[in-house]
Ligand binder design. Sequence first.
Ligand SMILES: *Cc1c(COP(=O)(O)O)cnc(C)c1O
Length: 383
Amino acid sequence: MNQLPIRIPFVDLNLQHRPIEFELQQAIQEVLNRGDFILGKGLSDFETAFASACGTEYGVGVASGTDAIALGLQACNIGIGDEVILPANTFIATLIGVLRAGAKPILVDCHPETALIDLEAATKAITAQTKAIIPVHLYGQMVSPRQLLDLADTYKLLIFEDAAQAHLAEREGYRAGSVGIAAAFSFYPSKNLGAFGDGGMLVTRDADVVAKMRCLRNYGASQKYVHIEIGTNSRLDSLQAAVLHQKLPYLSQWNSDRLTLAQQYDLELAPLASAGIIPMENQSSTGHVYHLYVVKVKDTFPLKRQQLQDHLTAGGIQTGIHYPIPCHLQPALAYLGYQPGDFPITELLAKQILSLPIYPGLKNTQVTEIATTIKSSCIAVST
Ligand SMILES: *Cc1c(COP(=O)(O)O)cnc(C)c1O
């Protein structure tokens, strides 16, 4: 098969940035003019604005989403001696955050229809040592806030949200980041709200958590040269904050563009359901912010997932897999003692899932083209 050049990339950030290039340059220029690169006005302004957009009170900008989880858990006094329940089906950073905080990660399986944490499995995993649960709002869809709050209330657990893929997502009247004691966001460039580099934020309405978090990100200093924690250096640069703040007003439009594209995919892929292409279920109506659009390629489909991916690549369409190797089977985590077969749904999904391009600026005609290329793959294989 002749490989065409990439015509539809998996992500294209230029489409998002080009229309607002001038104002982004101005925002950067203002930071240059002020010269307050670290913990400057650009940062505190953005922290307030982002926390408020999430329906909560305080934000603490840090160097990455991973740091927002690791330091955030510490700021919530979750650490040595504590068990933390989290899904096996997540990006490894969630797990790294728990380990860095010194807590013991307890992995649980996910739902096959949504890929979100299975709260029944989580309930079974609760022990006297369980201090917190980390719902990961995966692919842009929140874990049910009502069920989470019920669980946390019944068993006296803290909820710490990993909202790295769910900026402004909503479900059951709650917004991502406003459900638990605190929530971690990532501003990695391809996230729904992305910086021009790495960045992250912890949001919370707890004044004690915010004070400890500000201290931890700044060498553990409560005031200059007075160190009350063994902290680290993890601050969101004023430059990145200025870029993010400039982009923030566009975020809900960008999210609704993603939703519209997802709805089009749902419609155009529906005829392939019987053949074995099954999109992940949206259980939150218009509150899903579709960081990723993920389908399952079932065994019944005429092509293996790899073959379908190759067929799309040959047609100039880039796709992804989020994630191909579950956390519990990662080489670095073998010491935790998990085995293949421990989380059957997570392991099955890792073999079946395929992420299709979805981003603001992707055209409806391109979604049609992707759907058509998937349909044509069945024909390609039978000839
Ligand atoms: C991106 C991501 C992270 C990590 O964020 P970084 O900014 O890349 O450190 C954590 N959890 C999830 C679910 C993510 O998607």
